[in-house]
Ligand binder design. Structure first.
Ligand code: FES
Length: 182
């Protein structure tokens, strides 16, 4: 019995070899055809650069903000005054329509700067409040004079039909004077 099972394990035939070779060649050919297609899906350097924007924040005076366009959106960068920081730092998050603490709205390394998408989360309009002379409502941030939505300087909704805080885009600080969006 044992002898007959061993005699059935035969050396690979020429046919086996050709089958393997054909399969390997096919795989390489498929790879050679598919790779350019796959590679074309990768973002090229130009579109990666377009997806990022470096913004100078050194020219933003305390208590004011500037808005730049990035990825089709108005991105607003605001520099807080000491008084604005003190007035908002210890607000109880649970007391807000969309709970968010101070530290979740700023970068730990540069807590005087607030970076938000400057679009009202109710009526998606461009808000007023960048300039110190602009109307800023009861909470000193941004307002939509049309629907009455009001935000504090951290972009947290405080009043009006809006129920969500201003969105925070993906950004990072390169240094104290520059941020990178994207
Ligand atoms: S709809 Fe917001 S400013 Fe008019």
């Amino acid at each position: 019995m044992a002898e007959s099972a061993a005699s059935h394990t035969t050396a690979p035939t020429r046919r086996d070899f050709l089958t393997l070779l054909t399969a390997a060649t096919g795989a390489v050919a498929a790879g050679a055809i598919l790779w350019p297609v796959i590679d074309a899906l990768n973002p090229d350097a130009a579109s990666e650069d377009a997806a990022r924007l470096i913004v100078n924040v050194a020219d933003i005076a305390e208590g004011t903000a500037k808005t730049v366009q990035w990825a089709g959106l108005p991105i607003t960068i605001r520099k807080l005054t000491t008084a604005e920081t003190q007035a908002n730092e210890f607000v109880v998050p649970e007391s807000l329509p969309d709970p968010a603490g101070y530290t979740s709205r700023v970068n730990a390394g540069y807590p005087a700067f607030v970076v938000v998408v400057g679009l009202n989360t109710a009526t998606p309009c461009t808000l007023e409040g960048d300039a110190a002379s602009d109307p800023r409502g009861d909470f000193g941030g941004w307002v939509c004079p049309c629907d009455g939505s009001e935000y504090d300087p951290l972009g947290r909704v405080r009043k009006g039909p809006a129920t969500k805080n201003l969105a925070i885009p993906r950004y990072s600080f390169l240094d104290a004077a520059q941020i990178k969006l994207g």
